[in-house]
Design a protein around this ligand. Structure first.
Ligand code: NDP
Ligand code: GDR
Length: 337
């Protein structure tokens, strides 16, 4: 019998790659999808299995991380071996506009889920999607011992979720781990995060659909990796004998400006002709520099980032150019690139 996993946030960038990975390993994968008036399953449509099919290995359930009773009921029914808590209001800038909502969904919901595991009496291993945003103003390089100094409601919520996870491990002996992941991107990245905003704009500029791209702070330094590799690190964390927390990063730094340069150049464009500043995209308090030291993941998980920022930018530009071409030709949109 293969293992059973439950993924919250299965419709997101990471959830979709993780579902694919677990299915390829023979898992039965359950995902939580929240009700939406428009389709929100685009990233997982290619692995969707019709409810009429017998012996499905990929099953979706309507629920919401803010609904603790629904979580307990689901866990009692499914009794998963592994739970990956990827669901969140994950946009840092938006968290300043919706701080309480973000605190609830991104912070308190992690505790809700942990307590639901306890209340339902199951023995699941729990992965919590922690973030380099927890380090915030702490100078780089950041590792598992770096003190947290979050700079946004999102970062604060993730710090709460981090400590709730550690506390359930210490208090109840639960197998619960934090993966402290630095920024990771892909062609499935949400369109309002800076990398995807840039690569999507490049494709549209090339196709004559847009001319300008408005951005905020170009000096921020980030450690950008490739999402499919990062979900593999999540899985590895839950396969160890002992539950521990790990930083996952490439260790390579680039500014937003450098990402712009590489991405535009790959498309044969000059970014200075198209990019303009809009203060709307600045944050009330910014995180200046995140550069991860993932030596522990390398030593204990045998995990190392292969795709670095320049290759990542090229992968994303190529995918967006293909997607715009598909849209213009009326062809079926390719999600799996
Ligand atoms: P996305 O924003 O792409 O996905 C977030 C997911 O959470 C979506 O499936 C979304 O559903 C779901 N969700 C939001 N609110 C709720 C809710 N109330 N109940 C249930 N589900 C909800 O994020 P990523 O895939 O990029 O990231 C995955 C996790 O990892 C997040 O927790 C994020 O904060 C964290 N993280 C991400 C990093 C990154 O660089 N990508 C780095 C470090 C941490 P819907 O599709 O309906 O909106
Ligand atoms: P981040 O990602 O805040 O690091 O959080 P984002 O891509 O939003 O911003 C990265 C940097 O780019 C600067 N920036 C802009 N950002 C956006 N979104 N839009 C703009 O127009 C723009 N112009 C400049 C930002 O100021 C920032 O410095 C991501 C999310 O996935 C989190 O969920 C995750 O936890 C962290 O990465 C690690």
């Amino acid at each position: 019998m293969g293992k059973t996993a439950l993924i919250t946030g299965v419709t997101g960038q990471d959830g979709s790659y993780l579902a694919e990975l677990l299915l390829s390993k023979g898992y039965t994968v359950h995902g939580i999808v929240r009700r939406s008036s428009t389709f929100n399953t685009e990233r997982i449509d290619h692995i969707y299995q019709d409810p009429q099919e017998q012996n499905r290995s990929f099953v979706l359930h309507h629920a919401d991380l803010t609904d603790g009773i629904a979580l307990v009921s689901l866990l009692r029914d499914l009794r998963p071996d592994e739970i990956y808590n990827l669901g969140a209001q994950s946009h840092v800038r938006v968290s300043f506009d919706a701080p309480l909502y973000t605190g609830d969904v991104t912070g308190l919901s992690a505790l809700r889920l942990l307590e639901s595991v306890r209340a339902s009496g199951i023995e699941a291993r729990v992965y919590q999607a922690s973030s380099s945003e927890m380090f915030g103003a702490a100078p780089p390089p950041q590792n598992e011992h770096t003190p947290f100094h979050p700079r946004s409601p999102y970062g604060c919520a993730k710090v709460f979720a981090y400590w709730a996870t550690v506390n359930y491990r210490e208090a109840y002996g639960m197998y619960a781990v934090n993966g402290i992941l630095f920024n990771h991107e892909s062609p499935r990245r949400g369109e309002t995060f800076v990398t995807r905003k840039i690569t999507r704009a490049i494709a549209r500029i090339k196709a004559g659909l847009q001319d300008r791209l408005y951005l905020g702070n170009l000096d921020a330094v980030r450690d950008w990796g490739y999402a499919p590799e990062y979900v593999d690190a999540m899985w590895r964390m839950l396969q160890r004998d002992e539950p521990e927390d790990y930083v996952v990063a490439t260790g390579e730094a680039a500014t937003v400006r450098q990402f712009l340069e590489v991405a535009f150049e790959h498309a044969g464009l000059d970014w200075t002709e198209h990019v303009r500043y809009d203060p709307k995209y600045e944050r009330p308090s910014e995180v200046d520099a995140l550069i991860g030291d993932a030596s522990k993941a390398r030593d204990l998980l045998d995990w190392k980032a292969q795709v670095k920022v320049a290759e990542l930018a090229r992968i994303m530009v190529d995918a967006d150019i293909r997607q715009v071409a598909d849209q213009l030709s009326g062809a079926t949109i390719r999600i799996d690139r």
